[in-house]
Design a protein around this ligand. Structure first.
Ligand SMILES: NC(=O)c1ccc[n+]([C@@H]2O[C@H](COP(=O)([O-])OP(=O)(O)OC[C@H]3O[C@@H](n4cnc5c(N)ncnc54)[C@H](OP(=O)(O)O)[C@@H]3O)[C@@H](O)[C@H]2O)c1
Length: 279
């Protein structure tokens, strides 16, 4: 039996997951999405080739999509998740697994808004799911079965590496991996800008930055268990050569501590939003 999937809120993150799922062979007929505006629903439907219902068009869009599904991904903003859970509560099949991808929204917040016993997973994915190279943390709720967690892990595993972990660790995973692609894109932006400042054509500079970060990422993956990031960096750094000058410049500016502080600030912001949502 094919798994029927609902994606409530088909924006950047659920869209990235959907791209990964479709790329791994999930049939378009098995997915129904929702969006708030009719225009967005139409655009997303054309983009992905799946049915997308809009709330603007039909108040029952989310309940209609949720009622048919074995797995329901919630991809709206954190402050909307609990209301969305309350709205779909009575429409869900009792064994449907509700998977929220929202930062900061706890399992307990979702379980309180859903029927007792509804299986829940709190996920923290990242957008490279769209190219089959994502990361996703999964924290099981109190009523989700091991087989159900495995089923969702397998579904998502086709688009990235899945890590089942205690909910206490999910903000840390957010700081490293959920927000992490933005750090790499930020690096790419400024590597390319430096190239342009040194006289390179902007398109060439962007290509050089993208391919360099892609290649470095591929090396990190292919060297796992043999050479770690620090060793791979040393391998590029000839004594008294060009790279040494660049790394010394980064160190002098405190970039190592800045990167750690940035990732920690992301995690701290998730905890802060959780506290705000608790009121
Ligand atoms: N972006 C990331 O890298 C990332 C990574 C990990 C987790 N997340 C989490 O993913 C969630 C969504 O973030 P995003 O970046 O994907 O935001 P987004 O691009 O703004 O997507 C939100 C989507 O929700 C839709 N929506 C709003 N209200 C709705 C409703 N009542 N019913 C159905 N759909 C509704 C919006 O529709 P319209 O298009 O019509 O407005 C939009 O398609 C957040 O909770 C965030 O914490 C994001």
């Amino acid at each position: 039996m094919m798994t029927k999937i609902a994606m409530l809120g088909l924006g950047s993150m659920n869209g990235a997951i959907l791209t990964g799922l479709l790329g791994s062979g999930v049939p378009t007929e098995d997915v129904v999405g929702t969006a708030r505006s009719a225009a967005s629903a139409q655009q997303r439907s054309q983009q992905y080739g799946v049915t997308v219902l809009s709330e603007e068009h039909d108040d029952a869009a989310n309940t209609t999509a949720a009622a048919q599904a074995d797995v329901v991904f919630l991809g709206v903003k954190p402050h909307q998740i609990v209301d969305l859970c309350s709205g779909i509560k009575d429409a869900l099949q009792p064994q449907a697994v509700v998977v929220s991808v929202a930062a900061a929204v706890t399992v307990e917040m979702m379980e309180s808004a859903l029927a007792p016993g509804q299986p829940v997973l709190r996920a923290m994915p990242n957008t490279p799911m769209s190219v089959g190279a994502g990361v996703v943390g999964l924290s099981p709720g109190s009523a989700v079965g091991h087989d159900q967690t495995e089923m969702v892990a397998q579904l998502l595993g086709a688009a990235g590496s899945v890590h089942v972990l205690d909910e206490q660790q999910i903000d840390a995973l957010t700081g490293v991996a959920g927000s992490g692609p933005a750090y790499a894109f930020y690096l790419a932006e400024h590597m390319a800008a430096a190239g342009v400042e040194m006289g390179l054509d902007p398109e060439l500079a962007a290509d050089l930055a993208a391919q360099t970060i892609y290649g470095a990422g591929k090396m990190l993956i292919e060297n796992r268990g043999q050479n770690d990031a620090a060793q791979l960096r040393r391998n590029v750094t000839s004594p008294n050569g060009t790279t040494q000058k660049a790394i010394e410049t980064f160190d002098a500016a405190g970039m190592d501590a800045t990167i750690r502080a940035g990732a920690q600030a992301s995690a701290a912001r998730a905890a802060e939003i959780t506290a705000q949502l608790r009121g």
